[in-house]
Design a protein around this ligand. Structure first.
Ligand SMILES: N[C@@H](CCC(=O)N[C@@H](CS)C(=O)NCC(=O)O)C(=O)O
Length: 206
């Protein structure tokens, strides 16, 4: 039994997408707003499962795991399928891009730009973001997907870090359009990923 905790309007969407793309049966527990109340049952239960107090958390037959990318790699390894290649070098690329998404894009220090009124800070963060996105645009080259012609967990993990399903294929809370920054390959790739049926299904979830 697979149970995923966390609203789709959060980083939990990455792992919900992995469950959907892998075609797995799972129960979704859309914890979100109630977590803001330290006394709520949801908050107490979440803290008991994840000492960091964050969603998503996956419970697989009593094995509890947190961190969205770790959950997705665990799902790939456990359930395989076309998103999980047989050879170690191709899997290495999936690890590479998953860690890249976490360290180069999902940056805590960039969160300050969200809360500040200081335009200069916002501009600096946007510039840094575009520089990192250029690495991704270059890596795509003439390929449809990060590992070649087929959608893989590398694409899922990176695209879902850039744009949650309800963000309409735009990047982060700023809703950046890669085409506005001359990153056309990235724009096309992101549109390909975020228009997949799984993405549309998850956008409609609580
Ligand atoms: N690196 C973690 C980050 C998880 C995270 O920051 N989750 C946020 C939601 S997007 C959260 O749980 N916020 C509520 C809280 O921290 O109380 C992951 O990818 O799973």
């Amino acid at each position: 039994m697979l149970r995923l905790y966390g609203t789709s309007k959060s980083r939990a969407s990455r792992s919900i997408l992995a469950l959907e793309e892998l075609g797995l049966e799972y129960e979704h527990v859309p914890w979100g707003r109630a977590l803001l109340d330290p006394q709520s049952g949801e908050r107490q239960s979440l803290n008991a499962m994840n000492p960091n107090g964050h969603i998503p958390v996956l419970d697989h037959d009593g094995f509890v795991i947190w961190e969205s990318m770790a959950i997705n790699l665990y799902l790939g390894e456990s359930f395989g399928g076309p998103l999980w290649p047989d050879d170690a070098t191709t899997r290495g690329r999936i690890y590479q891009w998953s860690f890249w998404a976490q360290t180069e894009m999902d940056r805590r220090d960039w969160d300050v730009a969200r809360r500040t009124e200081d335009e200069a800070v916002r501009e600096r963060v946007t510039e840094a973001k575009v520089a990192a996105l250029t690495v991704l645009d270059d890596a795509l080259g003439s390929s449809s997907y990060l590992l070649g012609d087929a959608f893989s967990l590398a694409d899922l993990n990176v695209a879902s870090t850039l744009s949650e399903p309800h963000e309409g294929g735009r990047i982060d809370w700023q809703r950046l359009d890669p085409n506005d920054f001359g990153l056309g390959r990235l724009g096309d790739w992101l549109a390909r990923c975020t228009s997949r049926p799984a993405w549309r299904r998850v956008a409609d979830l609580a």
